[in-house]
Design a protein around this ligand. Structure first.
Ligand SMILES: CC(C)=CCC/C(C)=C/CC/C(C)=C/COP(=O)(O)OP(=O)(O)O
Ligand SMILES: C=C(C)CCOP(=O)(O)OP(=O)(O)O
Ligand SMILES: [Mg+2]
Length: 256
């Protein structure tokens, strides 16, 4: 075996200092910093987004190789419509290409892909590709990849409230019976659950309207790396940091 093959193989397996029994089941990622990555190279900021897709492709492979069960990535927020139209078009085109070009790999790896957000407001061709990709991967039994597109946490919570209010109005639900479980059944993440680990790149210390309800007890890992520079070494650091955390969920440890 050549040195390169040895390195390639070692990257494919979970690093030996990580405990496979204590991996986060669900990881969510705010892929931030594409614009700054391009500007730092003297390029127009939209040139960062294709590099962002490359980083996403490798993250999907990495999570699948290392045994992560669910990955949710933030591709376009409800607030991102306020960007220049040219940049919006580039991001929409890249998401559509990603959903089309990766289909073969999704099949090989048995990855089930879904989009979440206000999908009805996306461009027609992206909506069609979304449907095709979701249909073609619906039966896959491996990792679940969810791409948050035209997603806003506040909007998600509001639409859950509207759905519950409609049931109350129809007389099929008592307001007193609304609890966390019934509320969560109306969130996009139904069936995937809350992220155990939330990663944000590019050093910003904020949530930016991502998974507001679901991150209540997520561990948060923020790196200064810009999204296009995010790689397996950084993922290794994020998982290592996660495994060092003491997740208490408001309780105290029995010995304390
Ligand atoms: C699913 C898929 C194929 C996605 C397409 C590519 C991709 C990674 C899109 C994310 C878009 C976005 C708003 C990134 C944040 O960087 P930024 O533009 O906010 O960068 P900045 O903070 O440096 O300005
Ligand atoms: C990664 C995505 C899709 C949205 C969050 O990044 P933004 O760049 O839009 O967030 P802010 O820094 O403006 O809060
Ligand atoms: Mg940004």
């Amino acid at each position: 075996m050549t040195a390169k093959q040895i390195v390639d193989r070692s990257l494919k397996t979970l690093p030996s200092d990580l405990d496979p029994q204590r991996l986060p089941r669900h990881i969510a990622v705010i892929m931030d910093g594409n614009g700054r990555w391009a500007r730092r190279r003297g390029l127009p900021r939209i040139m960062g987004h294709p590099r962002g897709v490359d980083a996403l492709r490798d993250l999907v492979r990495c999570c699948d190789d290392w045994g992560i069960k669910a990955l949710t990535v933030y591709a376009f927020s409800t607030e991102n419509w306020n960007r220049p139209q040219k940049e919006i078009n580039v991001i929409m085109m890249l998401i559509e290409q990603f959903l089309r070009w990766e289909l073969r790999e999704f099949a090989q790896r048995q990855i089930r892909v879904e989009l979440m957000g206000q999908l009805q407001d996306l461009p027609e061709s992206l909506k069609q590709q979304t449907q095709r990709t979701m249909d073609k991967t619906a039966e896959n039994q491996g990792m679940r990849l969810t791409v948050a597109t035209n997603y806003g946490g506040r909007q998600e919570i509001l639409q859950a409230c509207q759905a519950l209010a409609a049931q109350v109005q129809q007389g099929t639900l008592n307001p007193e019976d609304i609890d966390q479980a019934s509320f969560e059944r109306h969130l996009y993440t139904v069936g995937i659950g809350d992220p155990d680990l939330l990663i944000r790149t590019s050093g910003e210390m904020r949530i930016s309207n991502f998974l507001l309800w679901q991150v209540a007890y997520s561990e948060i890992y923020i790196t200064d790396k810009l999204w296009p520079d995010f790689d397996r070494a950084e993922m290794h650091r994020a998982l290592w940091a996660f495994q060092k955390r003491d997740r208490r969920f408001g309780k105290v440890k029995p010995s304390r």
